[in-house]
Design a protein around this ligand. Structure first.
Ligand SMILES: Nc1ncnc2c1ncn2[C@@H]1O[C@H](COP(=O)(O)OP(=O)(O)O)[C@@H](O)[C@H]1O
Ligand SMILES: [Mg+2]
Length: 326
């Protein structure tokens, strides 16, 4: 039964793509045809010959043959483009092929400003994501959740910050740790000035609690900055972070840990193994499907618990409208 739906889905997508390509091919052939017909009476001999040949061909070929031929070309192009597109796109298809559930989808936000309609949609989707994770992980007592991705700029920090805020809004004590040692972003996002980072106190006896920052506008949310982009202190900083996590989990209902991507950053794998759960952010239509599968397999080998994948910047044309309402 599942196969029937899988094939139906594929046929439907190929059909839609065929229509799109058919329209594009029709417009292109009209433009080329008009140019060739005009060139038939022009001064350039090669173009004049091509134009004459084109006009003879069009006059002598039945319309039905042209239609069948162009449809076949469009179908072939549609199927080929689908086969070679190896990015994470359709949530239904992804959840069938990945060893982890799709726990949510987030819409594109063109302008980040409170009250913006798209941002409200994003925040609604984050609340759904929060509920979906909390409900499905209820029995595990998920106390620390790392937010990561395959590569940079896939939306980790944005998801981590909004998820931490959404959790704090439930009235539960929440700690957001900016654990991206290479490209920290929480300092700018929450306008934190002059605060020390975990990397400043790594290897010293200074308590981590001294670094906590409260956000007056968001009750129940504390923020801790981990990183300075000094690679020589990365290991020490991660040691300190992993050491403090069990203590922090006793004081907070949830710790959201923002991080560097998994590919190319050893510290992210160490953090993933230390956290109770790992949420992977994938960019719809951009994140490589194979890379995501390989990351999930490695997480499993490290006995890290992947709670699921959230698809970011989902557009209705990529998802048949699921996970997104405009
Ligand atoms: N759903 C979205 N729609 C539009 N822009 C987004 C979305 N999610 C993230 N972005 C933007 O993408 C950029 C990278 O996001 P960020 O969260 O910093 O990624 P990462 O932490 O993975 O490097 C930022 O400019 C952010 O505003
Ligand atoms: Mg980031």
């Amino acid at each position: 039964m599942e196969n029937i739906f899988a094939n139906f889905d594929l046929v439907l997508r190929a059909f839609l793509l065929t229509i799109e390509l058919g329209v594009v091919a029709g417009v292109v052939s009209m433009v080329v045809g008009t140019l060739l017909a005009a060139a038939r009476v022009g001064p350039i001999p090669v173009l004049a010959k091509a134009g004459a040949l084109y006009v003879t061909l069009v006059r002598n070929t039945p319309l039905l043959v042209v239609f069948i031929f162009s449809s076949l070309v469009a179908v072939a192009a549609a199927v080929t483009s689908d086969i070679f597109n190896n990015t994470v796109r359709d949530p239904e298809r992804v959840s069938r092929t990945l060893n982890a559930p799709i726990v949510g989808g987030l819409p594109v936000v063109r302008e980040w400003s409170a009250g913006n309609r798209r941002q409200k949609l994003y925040e609604d989707a984050i609340r759904m994501l929060r509920n979906s994770i909390l409900l499905s992980e209820h029995q595990r007592r998920l106390r620390s959740l790392m937010v990561t991705s395959v590569a940079n700029s896939e939306g980790k920090s944005t998801v981590a910050a909004h998820l931490a805020i959404a959790h704090a809004q439930l009235g539960r004590k929440t700690l957001l740790i900016d654990g991206d040692l290479c490209r920290p972003s929480a300092r700018a996002r929450f306008d934190i000035r002059g605060a020390k980072c975990l990397c400043d106190i790594a290897g010293t006896a200074t308590p981590w609690r001294d670094l906590l920052k409260r956000n007056e506008a968001i009750p129940n949310l504390d923020i801790l900055l981990a990183g300075c982009p000094d690679r020589s202190r990365a290991d020490l900083t991660v040691n300190r972070l992993i050491e403090m996590l069990p203590y922090a989990t006793q004081e907070y209902d949830l710790i959201v840990l923002d991080s560097s991507p998994l590919l190319g950053f050893a510290e992210s794998w160490r953090m993933a193994a230390a956290a109770d759960g790992v949420l992977l952010v994938a960019l719809a239509g951009r994140t490589n499907h194979k890379a995501l599968v390989s990351v999930l397999t490695t997480l499993e080998r490290l006995r890290a618990h992947a709670v699921g994948v959230v698809l970011n910047e989902v557009r209705p044309d990529l998802t048949n409208g699921y996970y997104y309402q405009s």
